[in-house]
Design a protein around this ligand. Sequence first.
Ligand SMILES: Cc1ncc(C[n+]2csc(CCOP(=O)(O)OP(=O)(O)O)c2C)c(N)n1
Length: 279
Amino acid sequence: MTDQKVKELKVLAARIRLETLKVIHSRGFGHVGGSMDLADLMAVLYGDVMRYDPKNPRWEDRDWLVLSKGHAGPVAYATFGLMGYYPLEEAYTLNQPHTKFPSHTDRKLTPGVDLTTGSLGQGVSTATGAALGNRIDGRDNRVFCVIGDGEADEGQVWEALHFAYAHKLDNIVYFMDNNGYQLDGPTADILSHGDLAKKVAGFGLHVQEIDGHDVAAIREAIDNALNTKGVPSCIVLDTLKGKGATFAEPKREHSSQPKEEAWLEAIAASEAALNELMD
Ligand SMILES: Cc1ncc(C[n+]2csc(CCOP(=O)(O)OP(=O)(O)O)c2C)c(N)n1
């Protein structure tokens, strides 16, 4: 990837972070931690990898994103707004009555959302089913599915990976957002996975583990995954929960409801980070 492209994707990730904060700020509280840590992945997917048409969100040749950790909806709403699916301001109605932007992603409400998620574990199965469906229909759409490390406490996640392996689904790429935390605290304290990458590899998948905030590494890992034939791929993203949110990152907060002053400080810091990249 050229230096110029790396810079472009870093700027996009910073924009996504800022907009994610603004979207959640509009409601005053929400899942900041698990949304902010996905900004770099979303920048690479929507800025460089995926095939999509914001003017035709249901375009049949599009690639699919399934945010199986559906509580990270705000990072998707920020990304889709930036990509032109709708005016960003529309997403500043997060979780309000009659909004198109619920806290968890819903395919019937939000342009750009391909599958409804929120009940952890289930999105991995439906994403895998979508990949099988594409295979049966002879389509070359790819499916990208994001799983939380806490979500991976659900047995259903592992059934889906087993299924994908058995059916040789090489048209799906799973991402494990390995931020080390879930709702109640550190994943290692609640239900430790041991080495998550090794565990996924034990299910037969092609596995890579990378810095989930390094856009060039994410792009390269996705290329490797898409070039690996006959076996599904999983990219374990080592991330920092709350990345870039001044009030959430130090505590790896799951849900946040900071005072207005702390919101404004976080938004200002995020704007400053973006401006620094553009200098
Ligand atoms: C089946 C199910 N059980 C419980 C919840 C409540 N819940 C929402 S988020 C969350 C923690 C998820 O942790 P992780 O997947 O690691 O998300 P991240 O830390 O990346 O935000 C839980 C338990 C849920 N949404 N679905």
